[in-house]
Design a protein around this ligand. Structure first.
Ligand SMILES: NC(=O)C1=CN([C@@H]2O[C@H](COP(=O)(O)OP(=O)(O)OC[C@H]3O[C@@H](n4cnc5c(N)ncnc54)[C@H](O)[C@@H]3O)[C@@H](O)[C@H]2O)C=CC1
Ligand SMILES: O=P(O)(O)OC[C@H]1O[C@](O)(CO)[C@@H](O)[C@@H]1O
Length: 379
């Protein structure tokens, strides 16, 4: 079986690649990083190390690498015969891989009438749907019918903390032991891909929102509040009482929203929160607040981990969520010269002030109670 996977980075190698190998796939990694592609083709294997006391290791083999900028034709041929396509490139990159993916699918549809599943494994709601929309724009009208009949793009939620890597061996990835990969089954055409470790569910929304508004909300709160208080890593930040209590408060708030929306069992959800917070303080992982806080404009988006739970809280309970407000304020003042979005955010703040910037990036109306609450917090 052949898997084509876009994005041979942390989650690509450390999570998706690992499960694909375990399930018997050959994985053709596609990336723009030539050094990583060369290493994949030279070594033909890499190590995944579990960040836990016993440091168990898995060797991932049966891999090859292609450069998405220079090897378009080869990638098209791989897609034409693939049994699954996956991505872990980041939400903003999905539109950029759509052209090559569309060309590969067009080539495939000439001869290959087997259904194909394409799964975007990104931290966002509707990642595969977005990819489908971008790919569909590039499929010619004569192929549209076959494209719609044979190629499915089920949405997915992926959860495993894979920090930036500092190993001597370039391809080695250190990952937390915990993982969850949930895929929505309802629109899959043909067989569900036999990937070990994937949980298929009829409706993804409760799973992705539970994950995004717990793991990613908690992580983001820890990163931005931690940075504001001078901490460099997530562990240092969560070990500090002030940060821990804002994270706990924010997760109680997003939890209240999730319980109300999806009727989750309260005790089970509180246990889920505790488990997530324990993952943040894994002593075998050093995860920088700047990695977890990367892309603050995206993270202040209307459907992302801070604004959506906060605005739902206002909508459902007619109250402002105090801890989420603190975290949004910390995000709005977040500075990191090495992060393009952080630089752009502060440029906007300098040019138009906090209120207009918050309204622009979050989509909140000027009279939304969150806007005033965040500005009061900053002041
Ligand atoms: N690291 C983590 O713990 C988790 C990350 N995710 C999600 O996975 C996605 C990837 O995140 P990471 O692996 O952490 O980032 P990363 O930066 O380590 O990996 C992204 C990879 O995509 C490659 N890339 C960029 N442009 C490309 C293009 N045009 N074609 C092909 N490859 C391209 C980069 O060179 C890089 O190797 C993101 O959406 C993230 O939210 C989800 C769950 C966990
Ligand atoms: O990958 P993003 O969306 O930039 O956000 C970083 C977050 O994603 C993860 O990398 C994985 O869920 C978390 O470690 C962190 O909360």
């Amino acid at each position: 079986m052949l898997a084509v996977h876009f994005g041979a980075g942390n989650i690509g190698r450390g999570f998706i690649g690992s499960l694909l190998y375990q399930s018997g796939y050959h994985t053709a990694f596609v990336d723009v990083n030539q050094t990583v592609i060369d290493a994949i083709n030279q070594k033909k294997k890499y190590k995944v190390v579990l960040a836990a006391e016993e440091k168990a290791e898995q060797i991932v083999e049966n891999i090859s690498g292609y450069n998405s900028s220079t090897q378009r034709e080869e990638i098209i041929q791989q897609i034409a015969k693939a049994d699954i396509v996956t991505t872990a490139v980041g939400p903003s990159i999905l539109p950029m891989i759509a052209e090559t993916l569309a060309a590969g699918l067009t080539e495939r549809l000439k001869e290959n009438k087997q259904p194909l599943v394409v799964i975007a494994c990104e931290n966002m709601i509707g990642g595969s749907s977005l990819l489908k929309e971008k790919v569909a724009e590039k499929i010619g009208s004569s192929d549209k019918e076959a494209f719609l009949a044979l190629i499915s793009f089920p949405n997915a939620a992926v959860d495993r903390i894979v920090p930036n890597q500092t190993n001597r061996e370039l391809l080695t990835v250190s990952v937390e032991p915990y993982f969850e990969w949930v895929v929505e089954e309802k629109d899959i055409k043909g067989e569900k891909p036999p990937v070990e470790g994937v949980t298929y569910v009829p409706d993804l929304l409760p799973f992705i929102e539970r994950k995004l508004f717990t793991v990613n909300t908690g992580h983001a709160v820890c990163a931005y509040v931690g940075k504001a208080l001078g901490y460099d890593t997530i562990k240092e930040a969560i070990d500090e009482q002030e940060v821990a209590s804002i994270v706990a408060g924010a997760l109680r708030e997003s939890g209240k929203v999730l319980i109300e929306l999806y009727q989750f069992n309260k005790e089970e959800h509180l246990a889920y929160i505790d488990k997530i917070v324990t993952r943040f303080s894994n002593p075998y992982i050093s995860d920088e607040v700047t990695r977890v806080g990367r892309g603050p404009i995206r993270k202040l988006g209307p459907n992302d981990r801070l604004i959506r739970p906060a605005s739902l809280y206002v909508e459902l309970f007619n109250e402002t969520p105090r801890s989420l407000v603190k975290a949004i304020a910390a995000t709005l003042v977040y500075q990191n010269e090495a992060d393009e979005e952080a630089v752009l955010l502060q440029q906007k703040v300098a040019e138009q002030g906090y209120q207009a910037t918050l309204e622009e990036v979050s989509g909140l109306a000027a009279n939304h109670p969150l806007v005033k609450a965040v500005l009061d917090q900053i002041n």
